[in-house]
Design a protein around this ligand. Structure first.
Ligand code: PLP
Length: 395
């Protein structure tokens, strides 16, 4: 049956695509080798640098984030190389599985899925690697399965403190354009990201931002690569073109998205996400439910993962809220399947959308008979009000 009114797509990506971007994407596809394309391609390649905060190259692939994960590894490493990864959650685990399929020796520092990567443990492991066998450290910035953020600048410091030459690779697929991110300043060698989260685009393109050190590693890296080869991209990219057919219409959308982010101001975008995260957590705590991330200061502004009370199915709850209130919430993945639901509050999102989202969750809890104390939405509204006053006082 048709459901009237807005569908609330509150999964932690893909995020809802704003009308301005949909309209940009709907322009006619043009010849990607013709004279007009160079302007589109150049604008996207240069514009992305301002989002990744880098003066280095950003590669654009017509692929989902998984492709950009693989690209980061195959362009820089050789078979049998050891990579150190941190088990922040489901997505860190998937990246490790790709590394293993590529015949890298992937080593996990185990985590409990309730916080970000721990720089101290990374430093200790690197300091013990006297022979510099570890060729890369891979960390997920915003772990979308848990709602925890890894302290990327601190991991860089840990690598420097251990005086270790490994490459530093970061997945900010769900962090970019929502959370503060600085590819150059934080000394990241390969940053992996995607279109369908903070960039507000549909799924379909993904990125590698690449440092000079990563480009140097690429020259001697022996893993097989063809589609993902940075070298094939960089030549045509210099004039705004691509070696094979790019996602032309998504590039129109990307250029619009970059304009929108700068019109709002990146700092304001980050503050908005942080404020919505704080308000969402206030609602969850008021309901008497548990936020999955327990590391203070590492809670995500992109999403909030919520633990269901014992004996209640997160998936049944989500199915019920979808049916009754036309809202899609994120599911619990692998280890936390059916134990957790995730509230996305990212992308083109404002206070009223957050309040409506939380109202959907609260009404859903009641409908599904999940024990909670009503009034979480009000608690979130108080936080939104207080934080706005604090921001105004700071201006
Ligand atoms: N890494 C993170 C942190 C993600 O959130 C996702 C997808 O949600 C991926 C990697 C995989 O990206 P994709 O599903 O676009 O291939």
């Amino acid at each position: 049956m048709r459901q009237a009114g807005l569908h609330f797509l509150q999964i932690p990506g893909p995020s809802a695509v704003p009308g301005r971007i949909l309209r940009a994407i709907s322009a006619q596809t043009i010849d990607h080798r013709g004279p007009d394309f160079a302007t589109v391609g150049k604008r996207a390649l240069d514009g992305l640098k301002t989002i990744f905060r880098t003066d280095e190259h950003v590669i654009i692939y017509p692929a989902s984030g998984t492709g950009a994960w693989e690209a980061a590894l195959v362009n820089t490493l050789s078979p049998g190389d050891r990579v150190l990864m941190f088990e922040t959650g489901h997505f860190a685990t998937l990246w490790k599985k790709i590394a293993e399929k590529l015949q890298l020796k992937a080593e996990f520092i185990e985590g409990d899925w309730r916080g970000g990567a721990d720089p101290d443990q990374i430093e200790a492991r690197l300091a013990a690697d006297k022979g510099h066998e570890i060729k890369a450290v891979c960390v997920v910035h915003n772990e979308t399965s848990t709602g925890s953020v890894s302290p990327i600048a601190a991991v860089r410091k840990a690598m420097d403190a251990a005086n270790h030459p490994a490459l530093f690779m970061v997945d900010t697929i769900s962090g970019l354009a929502s959370l503060d991110y600085r590819h150059d300043e934080w000394g990241v060698d390969v940053t992996v990201s995607g279109s369908q989260k903070g960039l507000m685009l549909p799924p379909g393109i993904s990125f590698n931002a690449v440092s000079k050190k990563a480009l140097a590693a690429h020259k001697t890296a022996k893993l097989q690569r063809s589609y993902w080869d940075w070298a094939d991209m960089l030549g045509p990219n210099a004039t705004g073109y691509f070696p094979y057919t790019p996602s032309t219409n998504l590039l129109y959308g990307l250029n619009e998205a970059i304009d929108m982010l700068h019109e709002e101001g990146l700092e304001n975008v980050f503050a908005r996400h942080a404020r919505h995260g704080t308000a969402a957590r206030a609602a969850v705590r008021h309901w008497g439910l548990e936020v999955l991330c327990t590391q203070q200061g590492q809670e995500s502004g992109v999403l909030t993962a919520v633990l269901m009370p014992e004996g209640h199915s997160a998936d049944q709850f989500r199915a019920s809220t979808l049916k009754h209130f036309n809202i899609s919430l994120g599911n619990g993945l692998s280890k936390v399947a059916d134990r957790v639901f995730r509230i996305g509050h990212l992308g083109d999102f404002n206070d009223l959308m957050l309040v409506a989202t939380l109202a959907g969750v609260e009404m859903g809890l009641k409908k599904a008979g999940v024990p909670h104390s009503p009034g979480g939405v009000g608690a979130a509204m108080e936080v939104l009000h207080d934080l706005e006053l604090k921001d105004m006082a700071a201006e």
